[in-house]
Design a protein around this ligand. Sequence first.
Ligand SMILES: Cc1ncc(COP(=O)(O)O)c(C=O)c1O
Length: 398
Amino acid sequence: MDIARIRAQFPALDHGVAHFDGPGGSQTPRRVADAVAATLTAGLANRGTVTEAERRAEAVTLGARAAMADLLGADPGGIVFGRSMTQITFDVARTFAQAWGPGDEVVVTRLDHDANIRPWVIAAERAGATVRWLDFDPATAELGDVGTVLSDRTRMVAVTAASNLFGTRPDVPAIARAAHDAGALVYVDAVHLAAHSPVDMAELGADLLACSPYKFFGPHLGALAASPALLETLRPDKLLPSSDAVPERFELGTLPYEMLAGVTAAVDFIADLASSDPDRRTRVTESMTAVEEHEDRLLQRLLEELGALEGVRLHGSPARRTPTVLFDVDGHTGREVYEHLATRGVNAPASHFYAIEASRHAGLGDAGAVRAGIAPYTCDEDVNRLVSAVSELLSSGS
Ligand SMILES: Cc1ncc(COP(=O)(O)O)c(C=O)c1O
């Protein structure tokens, strides 16, 4: 990957800040912003076939479904867009729960972001179903054995493909196999993973997979991928005159067409990062493989150099992980570290980052810790700055 060429496409990086806050939302390439603005100003109406403005909305919508399908190895006819992954997951959980009752079981994990926990817990409680919790080892941040929480009454297993707190990448294909053997469906939160790795729904064994384009260079919205056949079996709440077709059945109100144009531009941006294959799905996979290699090299540097500083405590040591590092500095609250780093032009916030169950289970309470997330635009100089700002704090003794 040509990092200088990639960085030049992000106007926000001109400000000179080292952005380790990517897990909260990536920076945006000019191409994505231009696509949003161009769609808004080109002449736009509701989807239709009569006027050019209607046809543009139609093309933008179908284009974004095709782009997300290429990103995730999914069927474009099963791509649902929504306000956020959180909103989509609440809606989907409520819809599945129509068929649940006492005795049915739902599995959630303590490693997950709350957006893949609370919607299932609330839906299960309302339906009288039982929630079974899969724990993780607080020292390593590795998930336990899903077999211990499965039964022939398990209806759904909700699991993250990567923890936004520790970076843990659970063995989702193995979890999905066990869940399917028990007769359950699998809902995968790929919000954090999709920014760091190629994603293939079939390989993961996901029946439904959710992600958020704003984590991978796109606009702020959420997307769900599932097979159209599965979506056909579900009856979400909807307005009487709105389309009952799949996937429109799940999309409440008018879609944000300009943002959808941004989604397509983001996927095209990813596809072009490190490949020139004629097929976009192949380009995406090759480019995300290159991203993974680049980020992994910087991750190893960061782990070694932060780990070598006396007084830095790294949290979690998962065997397979995204380039997401959670740490504390002795003698300072996470908030103090976060604020000190900000004065040095290094953005790395401290929080539980909504993985509140994970933060509590790891003994970090509701304060969480400092998170440094590496992104495709992160460079060696960014890592140097982060490490030297932390070591400066340690040597100041204040
Ligand atoms: C792993 C993970 N899942 C879910 C979410 C929620 O996504 P959204 O903001 O689209 O609701 C986030 C956001 O930080 C996340 O990191």
